[in-house]
Design a protein around this ligand. Structure first.
Ligand SMILES: Nc1ncnc2c1ncn2[C@@H]1O[C@H](COP(=O)(O)OP(=O)(O)OP(=O)(O)O)[C@@H](O)[C@H]1O
Ligand SMILES: [Mg+2]
Length: 152
C-alpha cells in the first residue's frame, strides 16, 4: 500500500458560488479518500497571503488573493494512501484547458483564475497548509468501516 498521507483541499469561492461543493466532495469520497476535517469559511487576506506565499511577486498574485478571499470556501483535509498525488490527479492540471478529461478542472472549469479547487502539491506543503488552516484543531482521527474494501 502507498504511504498513508493527509492533504489540504480548498473548494474555492467559484465552486461554492456555482453550487459545486457536493460534486467536488463526492469525487474525492468516491475515489476512497477519507475526509478528516472540514470547515466553511471566508479566507482572510492574511491567511491567503501565507497560503500562497510562494506566489508573492508574481503578476497574478493580487488577483489570486482577491479571488480566494472573495467569498466563502470549504477547507478540508483528506487522508489515504498516496493522498497528496491522488488528490492532485483528481483535481487536474492548473490550467483547466490543459487538464486531463475526467478531472475536476477539465470537466467543470475553463480559466486558470477560476479553477475551483486547491490541493497541496507535496508532503511539505501538506504539513504546512494543514497546520495553517487546522493548527488549532479540527482534524479528526477515526476508523471508517468500509476501509477494508478500499485499502489493501
Ligand atoms: N498564470 C496564472 N494566471 C492567473 N492565475 C494563476 C496563474 N498561475 C496560477 N494561478 C492561480 O494561482 C493558483 C496557484 O498556482 P499553482 O501554481 O500553485 O497551481 P496549482 O498548484 O495547480 O493550484 P493550487 O495551488 O490552487 O492547487 C492556481 O490554482 C491559479 O488559481
Ligand atoms: Mg499550488
Amino acid at each position: 500500500m502507498a504511504k498513508m498521507e493527509q492533504t489540504l483541499v480548498i473548494i474555492k469561492p467559484d465552486a461554492v458560488q456555482r453550487g459545486l461543493i457536493g460534486e467536488i466532495v463526492g469525487r474525492f469520497e468516491r475515489r476512497g479518500l477519507k475526509v478528516t476535517a472540514m470547515r466553511f469559511e471566508q479566507i482572510g487576506r492574511d491567511v491567503a497571503g501565507q497560503h500562497y506565499a510562494e506566489h508573492q511577486g508574481k503578476p497574478f498574485y493580487d488577483g489570486l488573493v482577491d479571488y480566494i478571499t472573495s467569498s466563502p470556501s470549504v477547507l478540508m483535509v483528506l487522508a489515504g494512501p498516496g493522498a497528496i498525488q491522488a488528490t492532485r490527479n483528481t483535481i487536474g492540471a492548473t490550467r483547466p484547458v490543459e487538464a486531463a478529461m475526467g478531472t475536476i478542472r477539465a470537466d467543470l472549469a475553463l480559466e486558470v483564475g477560476r479553477n475551483l479547487v486547491h490541493g497541496s502539491d507535496g508532503p511539505e506543503a501538506a504539513t504546512r497548509e494543514i497546520d495553517l488552516f487546522f493548527g488549532d484543531g479540527g482534524v479528526v482521527d477515526y476508523e471508517r468501516s468500509l476501509d477494508r474494501w478500499v485499502l489493501e
